[in-house]
Design a protein around this ligand. Structure first.
Ligand code: FEO
Length: 167
């Protein structure tokens, strides 16, 4: 059975995953209307779907553990971007924020000796390591490429290989 404080903290994480899904949906939509960014577009549509899965896993867990997962209200995310670099900087910034939040949850689970939740959260800990790795990698690549058009062409072509989802 979840404590009230754990239920509240997990529900905040539900909101964060839902916001992530919205943020990446907005990035996908922005990329889709730019010329030549089909790979980036697909990448963020897929990321958005993945965040929804993260959210659903939490909802199911909260309810299965005797709590109640409240469907969150969402604010509109950033919908336009000055550049592709900006999109990926936001992506990394966002994932770092999510990692901090997961770490706080793990800390709370240990403090409350809630080992079931602690065990459940390990999936998220691993997922965040992977997402951070991919986000950093893509930012490094973009920095190297700069304004080189052929570099950007290859970046867009190859980005699906960097997807964080394990299929
Ligand atoms: Fe579910 Fe990318 O954090």
């Amino acid at each position: 059975m979840l404590s009230k404080s754990m239920q509240e903290a997990l529900n905040k994480q539900v909101q964060m995953e839902a916001e992530s899904s919205q943020a990446y949906l907005a990035m996908a939509s922005w990329a889709e209307i730019q010329p030549g960014l089909q790979g980036v577009t697909d990448f963020f549509y897929k990321q958005s779907d993945e965040e929804r899965i993260h959210m659903l896993k939490l909802i199911r867990f909260i309810n299965e553990r005797g709590g109640f997962a409240a469907t969150p209200a969402l604010e509109q995310p950033m919908i336009t971007f000055q550049s592709l670099r900006r999109v990926f900087e936001e992506f990394l910034k966002h994932e770092l924020k999510v990692s901090d939040s997961i770490n706080d949850l793990v800390h709370l689970a240990l403090t409350e000796k809630d080992y079931a939740t602690h065990n459940f959260l390990q999936w998220y800990v691993n997922e965040q390591m992977e997402e951070e790795r991919v986000a950093r990698n893509l930012n490094d690549k973009l920095e190297m490429i700069g304004d080189d058009k052929s570099g950007l062409y290859l970046f867009d072509r190859d980005i699906m290989n960097y997807r964080t989802q394990k299929e």
